[in-house]
Design a protein around this ligand. Structure first.
Ligand SMILES: [Zn+2]
Length: 727
């Protein structure tokens, strides 16, 4: 009887405790939601209207309350946790709430000021040159390029070569405003600089842009960044981490993240090296000796301010490309058209439309307030249906991509809206994955045709020699049919004489199918380095699909080593294990990306800070991981679309190329996405991945399958023209 009574008492007290705990967690979630909402409004306001004088006071009050609340809550939960009173869901909520660096109030005040310093150095960067009274529009890149050239030639006239490199000198005097001229042409922010980096093909202009940007934003960041990291490290150690990098890595919940990243990088290194070698080959044809035959590619010649996206070089590699920017222009699309089309893609999968608040509150252009900080952001305001986009969009293909990307985040916010507040977030690598996954569907020839961006004849070029529209374009009057045949014959001859280079051997050792390259041990054909630049693809291989795939690869593959360096570098910086900050950055860029800066970069610079996410203090390895995850997810969506059911286990039939997997309208694919996103942070990412895609790990297999047709064409070209690989 006594035993039964004790048992009953225990049962009652356990039930009471669990009821109390339920109540406690309901309250914690409610409070978390309130804090998140205040934080979201503060962040929104500081991006849209950074000069608002009320902001610092509001931010201080928020931080004070939040720290007090969080300290109290976390110590209460720690006690319950150590008594093993929490169930698995509560344990996860406790972990999510209480992990990460633990700041004191003074520290948050100090870090807020430092963030503000850093981000304003970056966002407000403006560099002006005299423009001699000419009325130059910053939106006319031809005019801007001419003005820069003019400026450079003026500087050179007065240049004393004791000053060293004239272009660097021209960058320094522009950045330090050593001239006073009423007519100035000003490039403002990363948008203006990157636009010109993508446009110009003048080595000196590119070098000036590249140097000026780094001259302007890097050096002033050095000191505040170091102070910021010192505080962050202290706060991270207070919560048991060795440094802030360890805390960043913990956020991703991948044990031995560094090892995993290195493994993934290795799995794509062959593809990257092939692309790198071929791009270098064409850049050398264009820029001559400025580009080495075998060494690293000069970073400023890759079509992008950070060398992370080489798509603007596509026309150097292909005599005829598909220019989606042009198509968009011809269609007269506005930013609103593009946003509506992005929304439509998600809706076609059965996902919800954007909310009324979204259309009312989002900012799509710089509009009246020119101070607005425009780097693309999707915001969850933690209030009913209040999700917003901040992106000063143009109407290029890249803008179309960013809109899909950001809407992917908003779809995520909407999908987990009904989770408790602590689960209204997700693993950041998964969060970055949705929009990019969708983009593989958008960039199928079928969808581009549906959007009116490519015409019917381009739609049907796949694997077809006859009626091949692009073939026809290539076989135009210039070549004539006969000449074309001769070229084909010569190409065949050259191919059979090509040599399997040593460098390629080294790279390809890692590739799983080395026999692909046997029978290639022939003599070098000296004449092969011939007068005209060889075509990347044989005519029969030039299809809409291969062009789109090459452009995708140029856009996406260079991001992979770049995104790894951004965090590997910072992890080392946080640990204090770098020897020479800037030097080490370029050592890593050389090793992983095979690129080199135009000229010596000493320790007075801080070149990593030339990328937004450093002053913004956002971890970057999430994008690296997403590069792989988006292919895993896309392949799963592709299968669901092909078979019409979400649980299809069969592989995608060989007759359906992944680059032609038109997922638009597939409700089965939409169900997978909904399931994937609606779980938010309620489970470990690997469980979510396994339960929705059948794989609980991140791998490069799907990515390599996607690019396989291009891989084979690149290998063929490298063999045929004896293109050096490696650096
Ligand atoms: Zn994103």
């Amino acid at each position: 009887m006594v035993i039964i009574n004790a048992f009953l008492l225990l049962l009652i007290s356990k039930t009471c405790l669990s009821q109390n705990l339920d109540q406690l967690f309901r309250k914690i979630n409610e409070e978390t939601g309130n804090f998140s909402s205040i934080a979201a409004h503060l962040a929104w306001e500081s991006s849209v209207n950074p000069g608002n004088p009320e902001l610092p006071v509001r931010a201080a009050t928020y931080q004070k309350n939040r720290i007090k609340w969080q300290d109290r809550t976390c110590s209460e939960l720690a006690t319950l946790y150590s008594r093993q009173s929490l169930d698995s869901i509560q344990r996860r909520q406790y972990y999510l709430l209480c992990r990460g660096p633990k700041y004191t109030y003074d520290e948050t005040r100090h870090t807020s000021a430092l963030y503000e310093d850093l981000i304003s150095i970056y966002s407000d960067a403006e560099i002006c040159i005299p423009s001699d009274g000419a009325n130059i529009s910053i939106n006319n890149p031809t005019q801007v390029e001419a003005a820069i050239l003019d400026y450079l030639s003026n500087v050179k006239q007065f240049f004393n070569f004791e000053h060293g490199d004239p272009i660097l000198f021209a960058a320094k005097i522009a950045v330090n405003r050593y001239f006073d001229n009423r007519n100035m042409l000003c490039l403002k922010g990363e948008e203006d600089f990157d636009k010109m980096m993508a446009f110009s093909r003048n080595g000196e202009v590119l070098k000036w842009l590249w140097l000026s940007w780094r001259e302007k934003v890097g050096p002033p960041m050095k000191k505040p960044y170091r102070s910021l990291v010192a505080i962050e490290n202290r706060a991270a150690r207070r919560n048991g981490y060795s440094d802030i990098g360890a805390s960043w890595r913990d956020e991703l919940e991948i044990p031995q993240l560094r090892k995993v990243c290195h493994r993934l990088h290795k799995e794509v290194k062959t593809l990257y090296s092939l692309l790198h070698g071929v791009v270098r080959f064409y850049l050398r044809r264009f820029y001559g000796e400025a580009v080495p035959e075998r060494g690293p590619i000069p970073a400023h010649l890759l079509g992008n301010l950070w060398s992370q996206n080489w798509e603007p070089l596509a026309d150097l590699l292909l005599p005829q490309t598909i220019d989606l920017d042009e198509s968009i222009k011809k269609m007269n699309w506005t930013v609103m058209h593009m946003a509506r089309r992005a929304e439509d893609f998600y809706q076609s999968l059965g996902l919800p439309a954007m909310t009324e608040t979204f259309w009312r509150e989002s900012v799509f252009a710089r509009e009246n307030n020119s101070d607005t900080r425009c780097h693309g952001t999707a915001a969850d305001m933690f209030q009913d249906g209040d999700f917003r986009l901040l992106y000063c969009s143009g109407t290029s293909k890249e803008d179309f991509y960013v809109l899909h990307h950001e809407l992917g985040h908003i779809q995520y916010y909407m999908a987990y809206e009904n989770q408790p507040a602590l689960f209204r977030q997700a693993n950041t690598a998964l969060h970055e994955t949705i929009g990019d996954t969708i983009m593989y569907g958008v960039l199928t020839p079928q969808h581009l045709n549906r959007l009116g961006l490519i015409n019917d004849s381009l739609l049907y070029t796949y694997n077809s020699n006859e009626n091949n529209h692009i073939d026809k374009e290539f076989n135009n009057i210039k070549n004539g049919n006969k000449q074309d045949d001769e070229k084909k014959q010569r190409f065949k001859r050259d191919t059979s004489k090509a040599k399997h280079t040593k460098e390629l051997d080294n790279v390809l050792q890692e590739f799983k199918d080395p026999e692909l390259f046997e029978d290639q041990k022939h003599e070098i054909n000296e004449e092969d380095a011939s007068k005209d630049t060889p075509k990347l693809f044989e005519d029969k291989d030039v299809t809409t699909d291969t062009i789109i795939l090459l452009k995708q690869a140029l856009n996406k593959i260079p991001q992979i080593p770049f995104s790894l360096i951004m965090d590997e570098y910072r992890w080392k910086y946080f640990e204090g294990s770098l020897k020479g900050d800037n030097e080490e950055f370029w050592r890593m860029a050389l090793e992983w990306q095979g690129i080199a800066p135009p000229g010596f970069r000493g320790e007075e610079y801080f070149d990593v800070g030339a990328k937004f996410h450093v002053p913004d203090n956002t971890p970057y390895v999430r994008y690296f991981l997403s590069s792989f995850l988006q292919h895993q997810l896309f392949e799963k969506l592709c299968k669901a679309s092909v078979f019409g059911r979400r649980s299809a286990e069969e592989p995608v039939p060989e007759t359906i190329s992944l680059t032609r997997c038109d997922i638009y309208g597939s409700k089965a694919a939409g169900k997978i996405l909904k399931d994937f996103m609606s779980r938010g942070h309620s489970q470990h990412w690997s469980e979510i991945l396994e339960e929705t895609t059948g794989e609980d790990y991140i791998s490069a297999e799907a990515l390599n399958r996607y690019y396989e047709p291009l891989y084979n064409l690149l290998v063929k070209f490298v063999r045929a023209h004896n293109v050096p690989i490696g650096w």
